[in-house]
Design a protein around this ligand. Structure first.
Ligand SMILES: Nc1ncnc2c1ncn2[C@@H]1O[C@H](COP(=O)(O)OP(=O)(O)OP(=O)(O)O)[C@@H](O)[C@H]1O
Ligand SMILES: [Mg+2]
Length: 473
């Protein structure tokens, strides 16, 4: 059977569960008390019947062997002193096969068939009776049978009372338990329902709502707090993603606008000279190169999370740093200095590491004038090595030292199309460092310029042994 959706909700199921537990508990208690009441009362009746039978034996039957009429006479006198109406006990005596005499004049015929010991008998005008029958012996011989009976109506009344009490108390308890259960369930389910509503809004694209669950730090509050933290991070990630996409498209649109503008200028010249054409071609080529670099940089950043981003090898640091700097010496009029590079080997991707250091060296060159200082140093500490590129340019303002590693971030003075790049160089440096398990930092050089560091793990004074598959020639 399928329940309607409202009844399938947590609060209803919890309330129903509590109701079921209460019903079972009340029903169990009822059975125990109902049966206990009956058993206890019957046991009490049984022991009273037996002691009455003993008194009847002693007081109602001659102590010596006697004839049947003598016995019946004494018993008749005993029974007359204890009428059924007053004592509510039925007493009877039977000698041999003679009709029984009793203190209740009603039809005593059913008593004839009562067996020795305890039994239940239905008597007209009296109802259900509990009867105890025993044999009277005199001089070693059975002279009569006596019996004592008591109506079971009080037991039935007591049990009826238990039933009624349980019906009233049980129904009230159940109603109260259902109400309390429902209230508790509503209280428990309320934050969950709110969370579901928040999740639905998030699903619809609105990342702003939060749970802000008040109260004790219980499981619900912990869940709500984690939910809020997750949404904070999600919102942040989306914002960064949007900024990245809009910056990237903006940076791609700028060269495209320049290219289109140049081509339109050329088209408007009625009879362009070769000099006009080569001027436009030069400008267009510059923009295309710029776009190619931008696309390449974006690809590097997009791949930085992939596992095959790095091709690690054992790099010998001294020649690596020297070669890197030599590659720049002829390209710019700067004082290129290297120093302190430790002897040893680094387990890293040489191409990616060179790409990162080149970005730093290029920045240093861009930020200094002719004759300016560009210094590459390295130092080892444990199995970490730190490369630093320093210059004597304007430096990076302290407030910008973290943000310069963000994608497309440029300091205000660098927001200049002619001189500045797009602002991806340091983002790539950080992505490469982090892919190696390392980190980056920006600071100030002793000359007051910039100092940008890359720290990587995997340094050792010995060549790093790596598994190389055998190459068959
Ligand atoms: N050595 C430095 N001295 C002063 N400022 C620097 C230095 N290196 C980087 N910066 C600042 O940090 C910004 C970000 O550098 P980044 O290398 O990421 O971008 P970019 O050089 O502007 O462009 P790209 O490297 O993509 O061509 C630069 O625009 C510049 O403002
Ligand atoms: Mg740069």
């Amino acid at each position: 059977m399928r329940l309607p959706p409202a009844l399938r909700s947590l609060r209803w199921r919890l309330a129903a569960l509590i109701g079921m537990v209460v019903v079972l508990a009340v029903a169990g208690t009822f059975v125990v008390i109902y049966r206990g009441t009956g058993t206890q009362l019957r046991d009490q009746i049984d022991s009273e019947l037996q002691s009455d039978a003993v008194s009847f034996d002693r007081g109602g039957v001659p102590a010596r062997p006697a004839s049947a009429p003598e016995i019946e006479e004494q018993a008749g006198a005993y029974l007359a002193r204890q009428p059924y109406r007053a004592s509510n006990r039925l007493l009877f005596l039977q000698v041999d096969d003679r009709p029984p005499i009793a203190n209740e004049p009603a039809n005593t015929r059913p008593l004839l068939g009562v067996r020795a010991g305890y039994s239940n008998v239905e008597l007209p005008n009296v109802g259900q009776l509990r009867v105890y029958r025993s044999t009277v012996r005199r001089g070693g011989r059975a002279v009569a049978a006596i019996g004592v009976g008591e109506p079971l109506a009080p037991v039935e009344r007591a049990q009826d009372y238990v039933v009624r009490t349980f019906l009233v108390a049980g129904t009230a308890t159940l109603a109260l338990a259902l109400l309390l259960g429902y209230l508790v369930a509503v209280r428990t389910a309320r934050p969950l329902r709110r969370m579901a509503r928040v999740a639905a809004r998030v699903d619809a694209g609105d990342l702003s709502p939060r749970m802000h669950q008040p109260g004790r730090s219980d499981e619900i509050r912990q869940l709500a707090d984690s939910f809020d933290t997750m949404l904070d991070r999600l919102e942040d990630a989306f914002a960064r993603q949007r900024a990245f996409a809009s910056d990237a498209s903006h940076e791609l649109r700028t060269p495209l606008t320049v290219i289109r503008g140049q081509l339109e200028v050329l088209a408007r010249i009625p009879d362009p000279s070769p000099a006009d054409v080569s001027h436009v071609e030069r400008l267009v080529r510059t923009e295309i190169v710029r776009m190619e670099r931008l696309v390449q940089d974006l690809l590097v950043l997009a791949r930085a999370d992939e596992s095959e981003f790095l091709q690690r090898r054992s790099i010998e640091l001294e020649p690596f740093a020297e070669d890197l700097l030599d590659g720049f010496r002829a390209t710019a009029d700067r004082r290129f200095v290297s120093g302190g590079v430790p002897r040893g080997f680094l387990d890293a991707d040489p191409d990616r590491l060179a790409q990162a250091l080149r970005n730093l060296l290029r920045n240093a060159i861009e930020q200094t004038g002719p004759g300016g200082l560009v210094r590459l140093t390295a130092s080892a500490r444990g199995n970490w090595v730190t490369f630093a590129v320093e210059d004597d340019g304007p430096g990076i303002p302290p407030g910008q030292r973290d943000r310069v590693f963000d994608r497309f971030h440029r300091t205000d003075s660098a927001r200049n199309r002619v001189r500045g790049g797009v602002g991806l160089g340091l983002a790539i440096v950080r992505a490469i460092a982090e892919a190696h398990g390392g980190r980056v930092a920006a600071g100030e050089s002793p000359e007051g310029g910039a100092r940008v560091e890359i720290s990587l793990p995997g340094f050792s004074p010995q060549p790093v042994k790596r598994y190389a598959p055998a190459v068959s020639s």
